[in-house]
Design a protein around this ligand. Structure first.
Ligand code: KIV
Ligand code: NA
Length: 276
């Protein structure tokens, strides 16, 4: 069944938990989609996971478009959300709409995600007015890593908790269809989830959110540069892959691969004739 921003909102009303994962390429998007996920985020985490940067700040709109295109070709049913990268929605309303439009028009995602609350409200409203659905993202917002002084849990003081709840309400009023809550205490996520009628999608935000999201490379054990506490490794595919590659290297060196079954054959007579 095709997921839409409306089905996301309805899920909360029906008390159905939403599932999301990130993806950055065609093959992974296809696997995730076929497994029955509700939503795929082409996150700017691709900067770390797919491009090897230290953080998300170097990711460009062109990078996002490139990867969103691949994911959009692989996913048939999931709602595809594309991250707006650093500085693509900070300069002006005009640029924000143009960049959001590129992710939709060139990339082929269904919605965009922006980090921040009240600070980005004018941009959020303008993008929604341009008929582009927006997902919010508050709590730990990795594009602000240099302002936050690192990747730290947010919402630990009374003032910051109040600000998170206010931000969530402002975003809901602005018309966003869902909000990612990243790295906040579970009870804070509960307060936020209970104070808005659109779904909260948690990552490191505990069990009271309306849905969950993880970086797919983290949960599959494909990325080990940095694994946050909130990640559950469902598989250790990194080790699986290394094992398979070592086997390949050994077999090639020993002459055990390729076998006849992997080889193309022609008539022996022709070979003999050429040798003559
Ligand atoms: O870029 C990303 O992967 C994200 C999720 C962690 C929410 O923003
Ligand atoms: Na992101």
């Amino acid at each position: 069944m095709k997921r839409t921003v409306s089905s996301f909102k309805e899920a909360k009303q029906k008390g159905q938990r939403l599932t999301m994962l990130t993806a950055y390429d065609y093959s992974m998007a296809k696997l995730i989609d076929e497994a029955g996920i509700d939503g795929i985020l082409v996150g700017d985490s691709l900067g770390m996971v797919a491009l090897g940067y230290e953080n998300t700040l170097s990711v460009t709109v062109d990078d996002m478009v490139h990867h969103i295109k691949a994911v959009a070709r692989g996913a048939k049913n999931a709602l595809i959300v594309g991250d707006m990268p650093f500085l693509s929605y900070h300069i002006s309303i005009e640029e924000s709409i143009k960049n959001a439009g590129r992710l939709i028009q060139e990339g082929g995602c269904h919605a965009v995600k922006l980090e921040g609350g009240i600070e980005v409200l004018d941009k959020v409203k303008a993008i929604i007015k341009a008929q582009i659905p927006v997902m919010g993202h508050i709590g730990l917002t990795p594009q602000s890593v240099n302002m936050l002084g690192g990747f730290k849990v947010q919402g630990k003081t009374k003032e910051s908790i109040k600000k998170l709840i206010d931000d969530a309400k402002y975003l809901e009023d602005a018309g966003v269809f869902a909000i990612v809550l990243e790295a906040v205490p579970d009870e804070v996520a509960k307060l936020i989830t209970e104070s808005i009628s659109i779904p909260t999608i948690g990552i490191g935000a505990g069990k009271y959110c309306d849905g969950q999201i993880l970086v797919v490379n983290d949960m599959l054990g494909l990325f080990s540069d940095f694994v946050p506490k909130f990640v559950k490794k469902y598989r250790n595919l990194g080790d699986e892959i290394k094992g398979a590659i070592k086997e390949y290297i050994e077999e090639v060196r020993r002459g055990d691969f390729p076998e006849d079954s992997h080889s193309f054959k022609i008539d022996k007579d022709i070979v003999e004739e050429i040798k003559r």
